[in-house]
Design a protein around this ligand. Structure first.
Ligand code: UGA
Length: 441
């Protein structure tokens, strides 16, 4: 059992804290937001994540996990301090490091014994060295410390299982002994452990996210060409994915990527390259293609309804969150899409299993419905924004019969075009030249 403190109880922080506690360690999670800590003490989770509440409750009850706003308390006899604070997008796509700087200086002011500071937040290459400098400047003499980079690769919605079953653990440090101690902490996860220097570890995180975003923008570009040439991108992706050099993952065409990571990280990487005088053309193409997906979606709705102006039409959005199993609305494509549809004159409605509460203040004119059936009544067109499992099981016949016009734009390709046509829908997916022909019949 090791004593660990985790600074920041946002997405990465609370998952890291709960999972390390579940591995048998004694973990104190710290946040400067008193309301958040009060909530956690009363069993209220700061985010929605499947399985998180049960995990937190179990470890709090076992007295392995506790919460505090006090650095002095969190760092008492602590060997490892994880920094897991937010790194929001600043000007020019640059990551804003004010929370990392604040955490580093607070750690320094409260350091009591030899400490390994591990950075989990996604930070620009070179931040580890900068954190070490801040700690050195603020701590009292004689207390040894090391900085290790351990980027997180968790996906929202699958974060606990991703933490417990990582594809790899990346550790970067100039201090081999510290890296080895952090490696020991991760041994129960039985994953390959890559040990490298600080800057390389930080770069692995950006390069991984940028590569995944590139796969998505690549398949979205192929989707456009498929539409023009009458091919089906879902089958193209499946056919490509069997090649082990390509792999089947992250090849789902649709309305593009959103969330708190890909949009921000690809921009931040481009920014770092530009600062060094480079022209990161591929990263810019990835960003441009993704931005265009949202306008493509609005254009598709207009084409389907045969109108440039959508005045007098009612459009129902199935799903709002940037992906399933989360209520996260950060950079969700649905935000831009709903606003553009409204700007074109449409009345927009929405249903999302989890994210409506988060989305309502961001989309004040969108009317939220308690279920898809009520939402569909009188709609001219339904659009799938998020591939929630429950949308697979909808009684589509019932929905079809209550709509004003049976148009369905499937922005995530969750339905079978032939079945939708049989049900009487005027259906279009993304990159499915074939369904285009069905819809044109
Ligand atoms: C992503 C990475 O997958 C994680 O490994 C990483 O740790 C995390 O960012 C982070 O840096 O914190 P996340 O943003 O939770 O995780 O979500 P993903 O499942 O990767 O999806 C991102 C977006 O891409 C979603 O909007 C999703 O709809 C979209 N996507 C994903 C596609 O459009 N097509 C695909 O084939 C896959």
């Amino acid at each position: 059992m090791k004593k660990i403190c985790v600074i920041g109880t946002g997405y990465v922080g609370i998952i890291t804290a709960a999972c390390f506690a579940d591995l048998g360690n004694r973990v104190v999670a710290l946040d400067i937001d008193e309301e958040k800590i009060e909530g956690l003490k009363n069993g209220k989770m700061p985010i929605y994540e499947p399985g998180l509440k049960e995990l937190v409750d179990r470890n709090v009850n076992a007295e392995r996990l506790s919460f505090t706003t006090s650095y002095a308390e969190a760092l008492e006899n602590t060997e490892f301090a994880f920094i897991a604070v937010g790194t929001p997008e600043g000007v020019d796509g640059e990551a804003d490091l004010k929370y990392v700087a604040a955490a580093a200086s607070s750690i320094a002011q409260n350091i009591q014994n030899e400490l390994i500071i591990i950075n989990k937040s996604t930070v620009p290459v070179g931040t580890g060295d900068w954190v070490a400098k801040i700690v050195n400047e603020h701590k009292s003499d004689g207390v040894p410390f090391s900085v290790v980079s351990c980027p997180e690769f968790l996906r929202e919605g699958a974060a606990i299982s991703d933490f417990m079953n990582p594809h790899r653990v990346v550790l970067g440090s100039m201090d081999e002994e510290a890296a080895d101690k952090v490696a020991q902490l991760h041994l129960p996860l039985r994953a390959p452990i890559v040990v490298t220097d600080l800057r390389t570890a930080e770069m692995i995180k950006y390069a991984s996210n940028a590569f995944l975003a590139t796969k998505i923008s690549f398949i979205n570009e192929i989707a456009n060409i498929c539409e023009d040439l009458g091919a089906d991108v879902t089958e193209v992706a499946a056919g490509m994915g069997y090649d082990q050099r390509i792999g089947p993952h992250f090849l789902s065409a649709g309305i593009g990527y959103g969330g708190s990571c890909f949009p921000k990280d690809v921009k931040a990487l481009a920014h770092m390259a530009e600062e060094k005088g480079r022209h990161p053309q591929m990263l810019h193409a990835v960003i441009d293609i993704n931005t265009d997906r949202r306008q493509m979606a609005v254009q598709r709705v207009k084409e389907m309804l045969g109108k440039e102006l959508l005045t007098g039409t009612t459009i129902g959005l199935l799903g709002l969150s940037f992906k399933p199993n989360t209520d996260d609305m950060r950079e969700a494509p649905s935000l831009d899409i709903a606003k553009s549809l409204e700007a074109a004159g449409a009345q927009v409605r929405a249903y999302d299993p989890i994210a409506m509460e988060e989305a309502a203040p961001l989309l004040p004119k969108v009317e939220m419905f308690p279920n898809p059936y009520k939402m569909a009544v009188g709609c001219d067109l339904l659009m799938v924004n998020t591939e929630w499992n429950e949308f697979q099981q909808l009684d589509l016949e019932k929905i079809h019969d209550t709509m004003k016009q049976p148009f369905l734009f499937d922005g995530r390709n969750i339905y079978d075009p032939d079945k939708m046509a049989q049900l009487g829908f005027k259906y279009r997916g993304v990159g499915r030249g074939y369904d285009g022909r069905v819809a044109d019949k």
